[in-house]
Design a protein around this ligand. Structure first.
Ligand code: GLY
Length: 372
């Protein structure tokens, strides 16, 4: 099967996203054009290295690309400066130079960490993304956001570092934990709501196949998601405007993740609940012109087996606390909170500092009393 190609249009820094089941084995051939000279350092978390490391290294070797593998322990806690420092030391040991390439191999953590390492090593070396999770395939591997967490907050230290290319083998999702896979579907759903009603309708028709990770459905959903993401990145690389639309559901979701100390929800699960809250806020502000959006969005959230609401003992008190967390969100600009809100299926807009009482009500709509 000929790989599908989506281009991210960034002038002389434009790059291709190659997508096809089985593409991992073709990585070396695809990278011949990107890594014309020099060596590569593959950065992968231990789990991914164990599952797929041999296949990747074999493919690079067969294409005549000299490469070393650097691993780090799996998990979000390792997306930190200390781990980046260990990887920079490894770059030194491997004599990674200006003309060499760092390859991020894994999920969002590997992409963010390896991209950050690549952005700073020797003031920036070439970088390639090979995502292995659904979330990384449809979102984080495209667009150049890289970084690490710190005690000051999540993703507060980072850099924009566009990859030279992205290689996606959607069949790799078969090795994902089922819950983590479904969490990635929330981002797929998001693209339909923010930009593409036809893609949303396609998801409604193929929701079961997607929930079950049917390979053809996954490959199509990944390609469509990348196509939409590439448009936003091409239009607004540094998120000065329209790229913020990709944060639909995220401001609410981040508050929930923060409140639950990043332990209870996977990112996509919190975003799914956040999208419902955003829809509620848009409705109460009189912005929503599509009365069917809530029903259709809820139906897909259910079909993807994502949680719709967060149970708690005191929804009113928690809603107020979550609204407070929003003021600390890094998307806050000049003290104004910013929410991405739907107007109709396929169209969203950013609303700054809406009535705080309505924000609390929106949070409240996504909380259920655990006391029966
Ligand atoms: N994940 C949202 C963005 O890349 O802008």
């Amino acid at each position: 099967m000929e790989p599908l190609r989506v281009d991210v249009p960034l002038g002389d820094r434009s790059y291709a996203i190659h997508i096809a089941p089985g593409l991992l084995a073709e990585t070396g051939n695809l990278l011949r054009g990107v890594i014309q000279r020099g060596r590569a350092l593959v950065i992968a978390d231990e789990r991914v290295a164990k599952l797929h490391g041999k296949a990747l290294m074999r493919s690079l070797e067969q294409a005549g690309i000299g490469a070393a593998l650097a691993t780090f322990p799996s998990g979000e806690v390792h997306k930190c400066l200390a781990e980046a420092d260990l990887l920079w030391r490894r770059c030194a040991e491997e004599h990674i130079e200006r003309g060499d390439t760092i390859i991020a191999f894994g999920g969002g953590v590997s992409g963010d960490l390896a991209g950050f390492v690549a952005s700073a090593w020797m003031r920036g070396v070439r970088f390639v993304q090979i995502p292995t999770t659904l979330l990384a395939m449809v979102d984080s591997s495209v667009g150049g956001k890289t970084g690490v967490n710190s005690p000051a907050g999540k993703n507060l230290i980072g850099a924009f570092k566009q990859p030279g290319c992205v290689i996606i083998d959607p069949s790799l999702v078969a090795t994902m934990d089922a819950r983590e896979y479904r969490s990635g579907l929330a981002e797929v759903l998001k693209y339909g709501v923010i930009r593409d009603p036809a893609f949303f309708a396609w998801q409604e028709q193929h929701a079961q196949e997607l929930a079950d990770a049917d390979p053809a459905a996954v490959a199509y959903a990944v390609a469509q998601s990348c196509r939409i993401k590439a448009i936003y990145v091409g239009e607004d690389e540094f998120e000065k405007g329209v790229r913020a639309h990709l944060n639909y559901g995220h401001t609410f979701g981040h508050a929930l993740e923060r409140e639950t100390e990043y332990r209870q929800y996977l990112h996509g699960e919190a975003v799914g609940i956040g999208m419902r809250m955003a829809e509620c806020l848009a409705r109460s502000l009189g912005m929503l012109r599509d009365q069917d959006l809530a029903r259709r969005q809820d139906a897909l959230i259910d079909a993807y087996r994502l949680p719709r609401a967060h149970p708690c003992a005191d929804p009113s008190a928690l809603a107020r606390r979550l609204a407070d967390h929003c003021r600390l969100d890094k998307k806050v600009a000049a003290g104004r909170t910013r929410f991405v809100l739907p107007m109709r299926l396929g169209q969203v807009t950013v609303r700054e500092s809406p009535d705080p009482q309505l924000v609390i009500e929106a949070f409240r709509s996504g909380l259920t009393s655990s006391v029966t």
